[in-house]
Design a binder for this molecule. Structure first.
Ligand code: RTP
Length: 138
């Protein structure tokens, strides 16, 4: 069964939006098979965002994502990768469609409430990167 990795970003956790965001996924009949709140390490984040290494926003993004705790979710279901990306909305909250999580809760392109894996392959890779930190065993 297809899986994806979601990160509820530091500002959304700090604003106590975890329950609301999880409800949106569940209301879309997605199955949350794992949830873990944790302070992300720079080591894990640098691997997670490796594709962006060298870009001008990379260091700031890693800094921001490790500034306070995140909630990491693993969701499972048919087409879950694409469904989650649609529910999350465009990277830039100002361009996100009404009804999406980033439209409702995103503040800036960096503090955009959530991350969702961009492909099945990326999801598998990200789950492997986060596995130990989030104590995901299955
Ligand atoms: P994500 O991976 O977080 O679900 O978001 P995405 O595919 O929509 O965005 P991506 O292009 O992979 O970028 C990953 C994260 O980097 C931050 N970003 N900042 N300052 C900038 O120009 C910039 N561009 C991207 C965003 O926080 C994005 O979620």
């Amino acid at each position: 069964m297809e899986r994806t990795l979601v990160i509820i970003k530091p500002e959304a956790v700090a604003k106590k939006l975890v329950g609301k965001i999880i409800s949106i996924y569940e209301d879309n009949r997605l199955e949350i098979i794992h949830a873990h709140r944790v302070l992300a390490t720079k080591e894990v984040l640098e691997k997670h965002y490796e594709a962006h290494k060298g870009k001008d926003f990379f260091d700031g993004l890693v800094q921001f994502m490790s500034s306070s705790e995140v909630v990491v979710l693993i969701l499972e279901g048919e087409n879950v990768v694409d469904i989650v990306r649609e529910i999350n909305g465009a990277t830039n909250p100002q361009k996100a469609l009404p009804g999406t999580i980033r439209y409702m809760f995103g503040e800036t392109i960096e503090a955009n409430a959530v991350h969702g894996s961009e492909s099945v392959e990326a999801a598998e890779n990200e789950i492997a990167i986060w596995r130990d930190l989030i104590r995901f065993e299955s």
